[in-house]
Design a protein around this ligand. Structure first.
Ligand code: NZQ
Ligand code: ZN
Length: 387
């Protein structure tokens, strides 16, 4: 196992009816921002629950945070936070609202020229100050409710970039599984696939004798495989919703990534598909991951066999046959949720591949993946396999 430091102070408040706890979790002595997305919280009753719990609190509302939150929108919110001297931000929504709030919280305290710099120049700038924030999660998928990551899209330059900081970890996150009841089929499918790929990024690398991390990771994968279809079939199945929600949080709260190599190439390439073609985050991962598994088969050989055996129960055949079956089974899993795994499903052809490759080259790319050896040419190969 590799050396590691694990820090996660997020207070998780889980279960039915827990939104009512907000008045004990949000500081009463300060003016707060209540931030949300395009309005789903008005339709499913979450907004009413939040407002009831926060009766008497001094609240400024900021709505309209888009899926793949836009820098342009978030900067407007950061200005309001500064102008109104707000002391706490409550995110009510999915990963986009949570990520957006993390950016707002950091941007409002940023003393440099432009907050965009802490996304483009991560080796130069560190975010170590932010307005405290909390969340009411409405979509299990990203793990943003229990981590310090945030992904922001700048529309004017078609860039989608991430930053990480302990300063933006939520003080608390309320996870009430009944929010799943109002999710459209597409968002359930996206959530299962995103969480699944988060585990894969931290697990499907090379072995370092870390059985705790491996078995935790496998338990999350198996849970998603078992519970995901139940949620899709019956959105009012509370137990399935609860297990799906906790699995998605556990997939990216840092625990399974401690002391093990991590990949993240699928996410980095996927972000370009969203930046240029506005494809939902999870759907980009379903396209890229099978290509990564094929191109990096040698690097990942031992873990591919372990993943196939322990998650998909593939135990017979030659090594090559077992690896191929593991990749096929993963593709089938994504497609069983109605999520395509080819670029052609979105009308994207080969002419797009050099656009993505150029972008990595322009950024002074030196290789990604668990061994840092995925080259720009191999990114091209991955996408070519997935045309
Ligand atoms: O905007 P509203 O009206 O709220 O509607 C949203 C949105 O249209 C809707 N929705 C959310 N909860 C709902 C609901 N509809 C009905 N009932 C509910 N309970 O779902 C739509 C999608 O929401 P969004 O927040 O965009 O989805 P998701 O949670 O999948 O977040 C995706 C974003 O998170 C980033 C992605 O890149 C993407 O920008 N990620 C963040 C990560 C992190 N912070 O650690 C890691 C991930 O890899 C990911 O990159
Ligand atoms: Zn993701």
């Amino acid at each position: 196992m590799q050396n590691f430091e694990f820090y996660n102070p997020v207070n998780i408040v889980f279960g039915k009816g827990q939104i009512s706890q907000l008045n004990k979790l949000v500081p009463a002595e300060t003016k707060i921002m209540l931030a949300y997305g395009g309005g789903s919280i008005f339709k499913n009753g979450v907004y009413d629950q939040v407002k009831t719990a926060l009766k008497g609190f001094d609240i400024v509302e900021f709505g309209g945070i888009e899926p793949n939150p836009h820098y342009e929108t978030l900067m407007k919110a950061a200005e309001i936070v500064k102008k109104e001297n707000l002391g706490f931000i409550l995110a009510v929504g999915g990963g986009s609202v949570l990520d957006g709030v993390k950016f707002i919280a950091a941007a409002a305290c940023w003393e440099g020229a432009d907050p965009w710099d802490f996304l483009t120049q991560r080796s130069k700038y560190t975010v170590n100050k932010a307005i405290p924030l909390g969340s009411v999660l409405t979509l299990p998928a990203t793990g943003s409710e229990m981590n310090g990551g945030s992904v922001v899209t700048r529309i004017s330059t078609r860039e989608k970039l991430a930053f990480m900081s302990n300063a933006v970890m939520p003080k608390f996150s309320i996870l009430d599984p009944t929010v799943v009841f109002s999710l459209p089929e597409k968002q359930v499918a996206n959530g299962v696939v995103d969480a699944f790929v988060h585990v894969i990024e931290q697990y499907l690398t090379f072995p370092v004798d870390a059985p705790i991390q491996d078995r935790f990771a496998e338990s999350i994968l198996v849970t998603l495989v078992e519970e995901g279809p139940k949620v899709l079939a019956d959105r009012s199945d509370y137990e399935a919703a609860a297990n799906f929600m906790w699995a998605a949080t556990m997939a990216l709260n840092g625990l399974i990534g401690t002391g093990v190599p991590q990949d993240w190439a699928t996410h980095m390439i996927g972000h370009e598909l969203t930046a240029f073609h506005n494809i939902d985050h999870a759907r980009t991962l379903a396209i890229v991951l099978p290509g990564i598994m094929r191109v990096k088969k040698e690097n990942k050989r031992e873990k591919l066999l372990q993943f196939g055996e322990r998650v998909w129960k593939i135990t017979t055949g030659t090594t090559e046959e077992r690896i191929d079956a593991t990749i096929s089974r993963t593709v089938e899993f994504f497609e069983s949720f109605g999520i395509p795994t080819k670029l052609s499903a979105y009308g994207i052809g080969a002419d797009f591949i050099p656009v993505v490759c150029d972008r990595f080259t322009q950024r002074g790319f030196t290789g990604i993946g668990e061994r840092g050896d995925l080259t720009v040419a191999q990114i091209g190969e991955v996408l070519t396999l997935q045309l």
